[in-house]
Ligand binder design. Structure first.
Ligand code: GAR
Length: 203
C-alpha cells in the first residue's frame, strides 16, 4: 500500500471517507499521517480516535511566512514517509514551494465541477448562476488555485427549491464516494510515464 498523508483544516468528512476506504485490504493506500494547520480541527480528533498518526502545524506563529510554514509541513510529510498527499478540506492557499515539491503527487477535492466555480462559496455561486448540474472534482494540485489536471468528477442535479446547504449536502455525499475512487484510480495508474494523465472518472 502506498503511504498517503492527508491535510485538513476542519471537520474532516472527506478524510474520514479516505480513512475508511484505506481500511479495505485491497485499497492501494494507507494513511501515514493526518496533518492540520488548525490544532482544533475536528478532523484531527477523528483521525486520532481512528488510531492514526496526527500532527498540527499551526500557521499562525509563522505570521506571513507561508513558505516557512510549508517547509515545516514538507519536513513532516517526508518524515512520515508520505509518497502522495490528499488535501481534504485544507483551506490554505499553497505556495509554489509545496506545489513544486509534491507536483504530480498531491490531490485536492473541490466542491464544484471545475473549471466552473474555483475558490470559495461554490454552492451559493452555482445557485446564483442558475446551473442545473453541479458537483465536485478531484484534481492534481498545481500552482494555480483549483487549476490542476482533473482526475475525476461527480455530478448532482440542482433541484427546485435548493438552498446552498441542501446543495452542499448533496455534493458532499458524492465527494465521499468520488475521492476514494479517484485516489484508487490515481495510484493504480501512477507511473512515471503517465503522471500527467487526466482520465475522467464519473461516479
Ligand atoms: C469539502 O466540501 C471540500 O470539497 C471543500 O471543503 C469541504 C471540507 O469538508 N474544499 C474546498 O473548498 C477546497 N477549496 P470536510 O472537512 O468535511 O472534508
Amino acid at each position: 500500500k502506498t503511504p498517503v498523508a492527508l491535510l485538513l483544516s476542519g471537520r474532516g468528512s472527506n478524510a474520514t471517507a479516505l480513512i475508511e476506504a484505506c481500511n479495505a485490504p485491497d485499497f492501494p493506500a494507507r494513511i501515514c499521517l493526518v496533518l492540520s494547520n488548525n490544532p482544533d480541527a475536528p478532523g484531527l480528533d477523528m483521525a486520532r480516535k481512528a488510531g492514526l498518526p496526527t500532527k498540527a502545524i499551526d500557521h499562525r506563529p509563522f505570521k506571513k511566512d507561508r513558505t516557512a510554514h510549508e517547509q515545516a509541513i514538507h519536513a513532516s510529510l517526508l518524515e512520515a514517509g508520505a509518497e502522495a498527499v490528499c488535501l481534504a478540506g485544507y483551506m490554505r492557499l499553497l505556495t509554489p514551494f509545496l506545489t513544486t515539491e509534491w507536483a504530480g503527487k498531491m490531490l485536492n477535492i473541490h466542491p464544484s465541477l471545475l473549471p466552473s466555480f474555483p475558490g470559495l462559496h461554490t454552492h451559493e455561486r452555482a445557485l446564483d448562476a442558475g446551473v442545473r448540474i453541479h458537483g465536485c472534482t478531484v484534481h492534481l494540485v498545481t500552482e494555480g488555485m483549483d487549476e490542476g489536471p482533473i482526475l475525476g468528477q461527480a455530478a448532482v442535479p440542482v433541484l427546485p427549491g435548493d438552498t446552498a446547504d441542501l446543495l452542499a449536502a448533496r455534493v458532499l455525499r458524492e465527494e465521499h464516494r468520488l475521492y476514494p475512487r479517484a485516489l484508487r484510480h490515481f495510484l493504480d495508474k501512477a507511473a512515471p510515464s503517465c503522471q500527467a494523465e487526466t482520465a475522467l472518472l464519473v461516479a
